[in-house]
Design a protein around this ligand. Structure first.
Ligand code: NDP
Length: 276
C-alpha cells in the first residue's frame, strides 16, 4: 500500500496541496498518496488520530488548525517552537513531530525564485497572525537592516516582537505610525486580501526598486498588490511560490528528497490562467 499523507483544514476544498504533492511524488518517483481532509472545527485532534490509526505517515495543517497542531505535537522543531504554529506533522514510532515550513518557503521564494536580497534592507511585515509568526524568524535570520511589524491590533504586533527580543533591528507598531517611512520589501501577511480588504496603509511606503509580496494567491490581483502597483512598487509577487516552496520543504522532511519546485509553480500558474 502507498504511504499516506494529507492536509487538514476547514475549509479545504480549494487546497492546491494534493496537486502539488502528486507532482512532487511523480517527479521523485515516490509511491505515496496525498488527500485533503476536512476536519470539524472542534475535531482536529480526533481527525489526526484517526488518520494515524489508518496508517498516515505525515500531514500538512492549514487554517484554522496550525496552533492546535502546535499543541498536539509531541516534539517540535526549534522554528515551530518559535512560531507557535505547526504546518507539517511527521508521524512515527516516537510520536508526532511538528515543524513549520512557512518561513523557509517564503524565504526560498523571495531569495531563490525572485532574486530578492534581504540583508541590510528595510523590510515591513504586515500582520501578526499565524503566518506572520511563521515567517518572522527566518526573515530576521536573513539580517534585514530594519524590520518593522505593523498590525491592526498593535498589542499583537508587540507580543510577536517580544518573542524575538534579541533582534536589534525589530520594531512593532500600528498602521498610522508607518506614515513617512518607506521600505524595500513589504510583505502582506494579513488575511485582509482573503475578504477583499486592504490594511489602512499610508501613501509612500514603497521605496524605488521595492518588492511588494502578498502571501495570499488567487486568480485575480489582490487589493494589496493593486495598491502597491499604484504606489510605484517596482515588483509584485503573490504567495503561490511560497505555497509550493513550503510544500517542497515538507516533502523533504517526509521523504528525504528535495523536489524541483519551478515546474510545479509553472504548472499551477498555467492552470490558473486557463481557468480564467
Ligand atoms: P490569521 O487569522 O492568523 O491572522 C490574520 C492577520 O490579518 C491578523 O494580523 C489580523 O489583524 C490581520 N487582518 C485581518 N483582516 C485585516 C484587515 N482588514 N486589515 C488589516 N489587518 C487585517 O491568518 P494567517 O496568519 O494564518 O494567514 C494570513 C494570510 O496568509 C492568509 O491570507 C493566508 O491565506 C496566507 N498564507 C499563505 C501561505 C502561503 O503559502 N502562500 C501560508 C500561510 C498563510 P488583527 O490581529 O488586528 O486581527
Amino acid at each position: 500500500m502507498s504511504d499516506r499523507y494529507c492536509v487538514f483544514g476547514n475549509p479545504i476544498g480549494h487546497s492546491k496541496s494534493p496537486a502539488i504533492h502528486a507532482a512532487f511524488a511523480a517527479q521523485c518517483r515516490q509511491d505515496l498518496s496525498y488527500e485533503a481532509i476536512l476536519a470539524a472545527p472542534d475535531g482536529f485532534a480526533d481527525a489526526v488520530r484517526a488518520f494515524i490509526a489508518a496508517g498516515g505517515r505525515g500531514a500538512n495543517v492549514t487554517v484554522p488548525f496550525k496552533e492546535q497542531a502546535w499543541r498536539l505535537a509531541t516534539r517540535l522543531s526549534p522554528r515551530a517552537e518559535l512560531a507557535g504554529a505547526v504546518n507539517t506533522l511527521v508521524f512515527d514510532h516516537s510520536g508526532m513531530f511538528g515543524d513549520n515550513t512557512d518561513g523557509a518557503g517564503l524565504l526560498r521564494d523571495l531569495t531563490v525564485n525572485l532574486g530578492c536580497r534581504i540583508a541590510g534592507q528595510r523590510v515591513l511585515l504586515l500582520g501578526a497572525g499565524g503566518a506572520a509568526r511563521g515567517v518572522l524568524g527566518p526573515l530576521l535570520d536573513s539580517r534585514p537592516g530594519v524590520m518593522v511589524i505593523a498590525n491592526r491590533r498593535v498589542a499583537r504586533a508587540g507580543d510577536l516582537a517580544q518573542g524575538f527580543a534579541g533582534a536589534a533591528s525589530l520594531r512593532a507598531c500600528g498602521y498610522p505610525e508607518l506614515a513617512g517611512q518607506s521600505f524595500d520589501l513589504v510583505i502582506n501577511a494579513t488575511s485582509a486580501s482573503l475578504v477583499g480588504e486592504l490594511p489602512p496603509l499610508p501613501a509612500g511606503l514603497f521605496a524605488p526598486a521595492s518588492l511588494a509580496y502578498d502571501l495570499m494567491y488567487g486568480e485575480c490581483e489582490t487589493l494589496f498588490l493593486a495598491f502597491a502597483r499604484n504606489q510605484g512598487a517596482a515588483r509584485l509577487a503573490d504567495g503561490l511560490g511560497m505555497l509550493v516552496e513550503q510544500a517542497a520543504e515538507a516533502f523533504h522532511l517526509w521523504r528525504g528528497l528535495r523536489p524541483d519546485s519551478a515546474p510545479v509553480i509553472a504548472m499551477l500558474r498555467a492552470t490558473a490562467v486557463s481557468a480564467r
